[in-house]
Design a protein around this ligand. Sequence first.
Ligand SMILES: [Zn+2]
Length: 56
Amino acid sequence: MKRKGATEYIDCPMCDCEIALSGDEKVGDEIYCPYCETPLKLKQTKDDELYLQEDF
Ligand SMILES: [Zn+2]
């Protein structure tokens, strides 16, 4: 995940594009990739880093 200003971006695990987060998402939320339309679940590592995982 990279930070660009106030907006956070997370890489889609399916198509590797960057998905912009609004900042309102919480761990466990389901997000649809706007590019490949894969349902993704927002997860968090023990180091507090957010990542997305396919949620079919
Ligand atoms: Zn995608």
